[in-house]
Design a protein around this ligand. Structure first.
Ligand code: FER
Length: 170
């Protein structure tokens, strides 16, 4: 795959990666302020989200920061170095997500009210902070505003189906 050096080249990126703690995540950089994602394994494995607004910048050639705050109150900051198949992520979970992860494991877009009710109902502090390096093991570019990349829930074997090309996005 071609090098990704500029913001323009980063947009449309579709990455699947494994954090050092074993958690597997998938992100699609939909446009310059929007991502879609699926969480395949880990504390909130099964959770998936479309059209999350983010702040996205190129820090220097080939290095990209993506950060945002979720309706759950979880904050996320990711630094991608795609040419080295590497990232570093920090996830700041409110206490309640750590204690009741199952509430967030769903297609969040259909449950925004539940997320907002839960973040008021349960405790926020102390936060559970997860800083981890990760390794990107799948990279493609699916263009801008592609609605097909993240359009179904994660399932067992889905990553293999994406890598083999059995699951296609156009
Ligand atoms: C990631 C780490 C965390 C990521 C998303 C999250 C798409 C979201 C976490 C949450 O809201 O529970 O690398 O990539």
């Amino acid at each position: 795959m071609n090098e990704i050096n500029t913001l323009e080249e980063f947009l449309g990126s579709h990455f699947i990666y494994t954090y050092a703690n074993g958690w597997k995540y998938e992100i699609y950089i939909k446009n310059n302020d929007t991502i879609d994602y699926r969480i395949h394994t880990g504390m909130v494995g099964g959770r998936w989200v479309r059209d999350q607004k983010v702040d996205l910048v190129c820090l220097t050639k080939g290095v990209f920061k993506v950060c945002w705050t979720e309706p759950t109150g979880t904050d996320v900051s990711l630094d991608f170095i795609p040419n080295e198949n590497k990232l570093h992520g920090v996830i700041f979970f409110p206490k309640w997500v750590h204690e009741h992860p199952e509430i967030t494991v769903r297609y969040q877009n259909d449950f925004i009210d539940l997320m907002e009710e839960s973040r008021l109902k349960y405790e926020t502090y102390p936060k559970y902070v997860v800083p981890e390096f990760g390794e990107i093991f799948f990279k493609s570019n699916e263009g801008l505003d592609n609605q097909k990349v993240v359009s179904i829930a994660p399932y067992d074997g889905m990553i293999d189906d994406m890598i083999s090309g059995k699951l296609k996005f156009n």
